[in-house]
Design a protein around this ligand. Structure first.
Ligand code: 5GP
Ligand code: MG
Length: 175
């Protein structure tokens, strides 16, 4: 595994994102909705750096893949908050093809929030299949499979304090 982004670099970047959000959302009470599970560590760090009145809820997405077709994305919103008339900030770990964030925004939009913005820790360069982009991005990274700081490979490595790129030799079974 090779370290892609160190703990210190992550914290510096989140400080900048938080400052940017604070400046642009200036004192508005936010309804923060994080997309589980990959964003769990980013959420915990980001929310503590945002000196704003906020409520925090989560949704979980999963995609069920069949054959060669892209998986249908399902969204579990049992642990979401009411968003009608609210300024919503979506938080996700990584913007890859963009389908996940686009679908979650579509779903929330139907609930008539006042505004929707999105913050992601990572954006994978050159991978996007949608036209929308997140409002706040921590880092742009090359097209590699990353783990750590909340991101998993087969549910492992989420607890690493840094971000690492998986290499061929790391693709072993932990079952
Ligand atoms: P998208 O819908 O933008 O293609 O994918 C977003 C989701 O795919 C992310 O929320 C994340 O859960 C997962 N994902 C995409 N790229 C990576 C990666 O490099 N590592 C890990 N662990 N998850 C990824
Ligand atoms: Mg995810």
């Amino acid at each position: 595994m090779k370290i892609l982004v160190t703990e210190q670099q992550i914290q510096d970047s989140i400080n900048k994102v938080a400052e940017d959000i604070r400046a642009r959302e200036a004192g508005k009470p936010l309804t923060v909705i994080a997309i589980m599970t990959g964003s769990i560590v980013f959420l915990a760090d980001l929310m503590r750096k945002l000196d704003l009145p906020m409520r925090v809820g989560v949704v979980q997405t999963s995609s069920y893949k069949g054959g060669t077709t892209r998986g249908t994305l399902t969204i579990n919103s049992d642990m979401m908050l009411d968003v009608e008339g609210r300024d919503v900030l979506l938080v996700d770990d990584i913007f890859d093809t963009g389908h996940t964030l686009e679908k979650v925004i579509e779903m929330i939009d139907e609930l008539r929030p006042k505004s929707i913005k999105s913050a992601v820790l990572l954006l994978k360069r050159g991978r996007q299949e949608v036209t929308m982009r997140p409002d706040y991005v921590g880092f742009e990274i090359p097209d590699e499979f990353v783990v750590g700081y909340g991101l998993d490979y087969r549910d492992m490595y989420r607890n690493l304090p840094y971000l690492a790129a998986l290499e061929e030799s790391d693709l072993v079974d932990h079952a």
